[in-house]
Design a protein. Structure first.
Ligand code: SF4
Length: 363
């Protein structure tokens, strides 16, 4: 695959025709793409429309902003209202609504909220503002956590005392396990996350075929990558040979990226975590180790949050679990849209509702 062009039209056609051929001998098949970036790529390339009718792609919980629970959102909103504080965050979090407001609302009230593209930028802001507390909102999966850990290590080296991280990092395998154990959706295969697997390795998904008899194909994000992944899944489903197949070998190795894992676990340790739509999942989150507690915003700043509530009409939880499509949410489009998002699944650039809206999905 060394010289493969991942947008090659002829190859796409060939893969599609192989997919069609395999699917002729299959009944209805449902594949969940775990990752929000896959969801958006699948829509961008129109893959749902060109697949055979008996193949359904279902979006999963792989959008870190979407799965962040309102407990955490309300907590960091309270942090943002503290005096002498700068909140540094990825742009996706700005419009995410908590129980009563969003960071955008708090910014409009005059608080200092800044969009950054990396945790290191937050650290630089802290250096430039030594009299203020700078809190970085750590949202993301195994892909993001190592870079945040690296910034914390750097802050310790520099002896900083005004830089903090509010860690909401989450681990992806427990969420996949939870969806399978809930049994609300019948899945025949999983399109595995490419970026996350680059860090954790393809071997991290062995529990799917071994424990649940479900095949997984780890895929990249170009059209060829996704079609290769779907073809690999259909083959395994047809032959009843569930396994982990890595179709993203240019990036993903069986054991992942050891250096990234080492940095991540130097700073973080595994803990239980609340997920929107899935509740409290054991050993599914990352908290800052005691060794680095001076940088832990959760320990440094204890704030009161008012009663946690969610918009009762927003169906983000069900969308995250693949139980409903965004089109089944009564608020989709007319009430909830990117200009006026009611739930995080519409805000985030990896959110399923956002993808359905952007690409004009129809039932
Ligand atoms: Fe929530 Fe909006 Fe999605 Fe409905 S369309 S589930 S309100 S984010």
């Amino acid at each position: 695959m060394k010289n493969l062009k991942y947008n090659d039209t002829q190859l796409s056609k060939e893969l599609l025709s192989e997919i069609k051929e395999i699917s002729l001998s299959l009944g209805d098949v449902t594949i969940m793409e775990f990752c929000g970036t896959h969801t958006h790529s699948i829509f961008r390339y129109g893959i749902r429309d060109i697949l055979p009718k008996n193949i359904t792609m279902l979006s999963g919980p792989g959008c870190p902003v979407c799965v962040t629970d309102n407990r955490d959102i309300d907590y960091f909103l309270a942090l943002a209202e503290m005096p002498n504080t700068i909140i540094a965050t990825f742009g996706d979090m700005i419009k995410v609504p908590g129980s009563s407001k969003s960071l955008q609302d708090i910014k409009a009230e005059g608080k200092d909220i800044r969009i950054v593209y990396s945790c290191m930028s937050a650290l630089e802001i802290a250096e430039q503002n030594p009299k203020k507390n700078v809190i970085f909102l750590g949202v993301g999966f195994e892909t993001t956590a190592p870079t945040v850990a690296g910034a914390i290590i750097e802050a310790k080296k520099r002896g900083m005392d005004n830089f903090f991280v509010y860690s909401m990092h989450k681990l992806t395998p427990p969420a996949m396990k939870s969806i399978l154990e809930l049994g609300e959706v019948k899945l025949n295969g999983i399109l595995g996350p490419g970026h996350v697997s680059t860090v954790i390795g393809s071997d991290a998904w062995i529990f799917l075929p071994e424990g649940y008899k479900i095949p997984i194909a780890i895929a990249g994000f170009e059209i060829i990558d996704i079609l290769l992944g779907i073809k690999a899944l259909l083959r395994m489903i047809k032959d009843n040979t569930p396994a982990v197949v890595n179709t993203y070998i240019r990036t993903v190795k069986p054991k992942g990226n050891k250096l990234a894992q080492d940095v991540m676990y130097e700073v973080f340790e595994v803990t239980d975590s609340y997920w929107r739509g899935l509740g409290r999942l054991p050993e599914s989150g990352l908290k800052i180790r005691d060794k680095y507690e001076d940088f832990d915003a959760k320990k440094k700043f204890l704030v009161n949050t008012s009663e946690i509530s969610e918009n009762r009409f927003c169906k983000c939880g069900e969308v995250i679990r693949g139980v409903i499509s965004p089109l089944e949410c009564p608020l989709f489009k007319d009430v909830c849209n990117p200009s006026n998002p009611i739930g995080p699944c519409m805000v985030s650039s990896e959110g399923t509702c956002n993808a359905y809206y952007l690409y004009g999905a129809r039932l």
